[in-house]
Design a binder for this molecule. Sequence first.
Ligand code: ZN
Length: 74
Amino acid sequence: MSLLIAALVGAVAATIGRIVYRHRNPEPTCAWCETVSGWQVTGHDTTVCRGYVTEKRRRDATFGGELWRDPEDY
Ligand SMILES: [Zn+2]
């Protein structure tokens, strides 16, 4: 029984920890993907978005440095 309580307390603590973490570090949203897809896209930031970097690079070849650079581009 005490094991069950311990597991329950652990699960609750983990959930609270995750909520607090998400609150302090909100999931990054990508404005580029949002524009393209029409809904909010989370999980990555616009500055590291492959689509965004690739599009920008069409006008500025140096944009984004080595980010998302395909080996064929060299
Ligand atoms: Zn994106």
